[in-house]
Design a binder for this molecule. Structure first.
Ligand SMILES: Cc1cc2nc3c(=O)[nH]c(=O)nc-3n(C[C@H](O)[C@H](O)[C@H](O)COP(=O)(O)OP(=O)(O)OC[C@H]3O[C@@H](n4cnc5c(N)ncnc54)[C@H](O)[C@@H]3O)c2cc1C
Length: 448
């Protein structure tokens, strides 16, 4: 069934801007257009704007999902020229300038545009082994993080119930694949849970005996950081009882175990919990745009865009964030997506005002990188200056809380952080999902 959602166009005849994706890039682009003489339609397949950098805290039971995923509708409530639609985009007709999207009830929406911004983000890549997603879930969405939380906490529940030593050990072994910022942050939390948060709460098991392994195919943890910070992070993790295995890749996986190959040869680690924090694959929207315009994509499926983020051969179409590649090969981080969003929004506003000049290319301003290692410990490099320990942790807290949307979410997050710091043995959101521990651990659904 077709449903033409011409929306603002029929009533006001102002230029129509469609923004696909209400993540970091899409929201910034829409907001940059709030004062322009246009109507903006922001379409997303979820109803929330997700702050992915704090997903691992949902998985670790520190924060509830609502604090890091405010309703998209609320995020743009004050901007009266922006409307949001809950629908999944499946096609873009570049000739007719129409976006096609499916509503939750399978209706097809047709959204005509004068300008289009595509900011569909990225998903997991399992390096040619898509079946691994069943055994080693990753973290990209709120549902992923909730499922992971059930999975991790369920492992302890099942270890408490186990009557067999081998079974108990398998339940208490956790392997994280990928030692980038996400892998390090979730590993730090696994260690905190095992060593500090959970020991008092169990009677049959000593959670401090949990085995936590972090592996990476490369030679270092936190590859994008300075060597000094990499060494610090590795040392801290090892002090927290984590086995850090570098130059070590996953070669096989099933429900019971993971096989890894490293300098000492191949080894099968019996572990019921495997977490994937390794590869990234651009949204399928990137390949769709590339095919329609004859543009190339890189190995991660990111579509190449011009220096002004416009799509070659498609006037008025821009693509930004994790799903694009540029000549200067920018990293897939929130700051890039946000800055590109603001840049593209301003560029469209200029064009609507009649500016036909060639725009200055997009320039990324790197404000620094940071990652936590556990409670009270982090590393940061800000304008080339490396910081470690509690100071870096406080800086990390400040930056992350300020980037959350809404004071309610900021205060709620601060409260939960203070609670988990002051009472380090507490995690306020240790819920196991409705599927229960067994389902969470034994029957991970394949990633979408
Ligand atoms: C666990 C994790 C931790 C991270 N930590 C950090 C960090 O500490 N610092 C940092 O800078 N970066 C971090 N990142 C990366 C950062 O989150 C991304 O670079 C950023 O989100 C990219 O923004 P984006 O707008 O391109 O995509 P996203 O923010 O992912 O937004 C994409 C949006 O598009 C929507 N969408 C996708 N396809 C469709 C479709 N077909 N139809 C409709 N809607 C669609 C999605 O629902 C989503 O809302 C992290 C990422 C993850 C997963």
């Amino acid at each position: 069934m077709h449903n033409s959602a011409l929306g603002h166009a029929e009533t006001t005849r102002r230029p129509q801007v469609v923004v696909i994706g209400g993540g970091f890039g899409g929201v910034r682009a829409a907001k940059a257009l709030a004062r322009a003489d246009v109507d903006v339609t922001l379409v997303d397949r979820t109803n929330h704007h997700l702050f992915q950098p704090l997903l691992y805290q949902v998985a670790a039971g520190i924060l509830p999902p609502g604090l890091i995923a405010p309703a998209l509708r609320r995020v743009v409530a004050k901007e009266r020229t922006i409307r949001t639609l809950l629908a999944e985009v499946h096609a873009v007709d570049l000739e007719r300038k129409v976006v096609r999207a499916a509503t939750p009830t399978e209706q097809t929406l047709e959204l005509p545009y004068d300008y289009l911004v595509v900011a569909g983000g990225a998903t997991h890549a399992y390096f040619g082994h898509p079946q691994w997603s069943r055994f080693a879930p990753g973290m990209k969405t709120v549902d992923d993080a909730r499922m992971l939380r059930s999975h991790i906490l369920g492992a302890y529940e099942l270890a408490e119930l186990a009557t067999d030593d081998a079974e108990r050990a398998a339940r208490l072994t956790f392997v994280v694949v990928g030692a980038g910022p996400t892998g390090v942050e979730i590993t730090g939390q696994l260690a905190e849970l095992a060593r500090h948060v959970l020991p008092e709460d169990y009677r049959s098991i000593d959670t401090r005996q949990a085995r936590i392994v972090l592996l990476d195919a490369g030679p270092s943890v936190l590859a994008p950081f300075a060597p000094k910070l990499q060494d610090y992070t590795r040392r801290r993790l090892e002090e927290m009882g984590v086995e850090v295995r570098l130059n070590t890749a996953a070669t096989a996986m099933d429900h019971e175990s993971i096989t890894v190959k490293g300098p000492a040869g191949e080894e099968r680690i019996v572990a019921r919990t495997k977490i994937w924090a390794a590869g990234v694959q651009a949204s399928p929207l990137a390949a769709m745009l590339a095919k329609a315009t004859g543009t190339w994509t890189d190995r991660a499926g990111r579509v190449a865009v011009n220096p002004d983020c416009s799509l070659p051969g498609a006037d008025g179409v821009y693509a930004i964030g994790d799903m694009v590649t540029t000549a200067d090969r920018l990293p897939g981080v929130a700051q890039v997506a946000m800055q590109q969003g603001t840049y593209v929004g301003k560029r469209i506003a200029d064009r609507v005002r009649g500016d036909t000049s060639t725009p200055a290319p997009f320039r990324y301003v790197d404000k620094g990188s940071m990652a936590t290692i556990g409670a009270r410990q982090a590393v940061a490099q800000v304008r080339g200056v490396p910081l470690t320990g509690y100071l870096a942790y406080l800086l990390w807290c400040y930056v992350h809380v300020m980037f959350l949307i809404g004071w309610g979410n900021r205060l709620g997050t601060l409260y939960d952080w203070l609670r988990s710091l002051r009472h380090a043995r507490n995690r306020g959101h240790r819920l196991i999902g409705p599927t229960g521990a067994t389902a969470a651990v034994e029957e991970m659904p394949a990633a979408a």
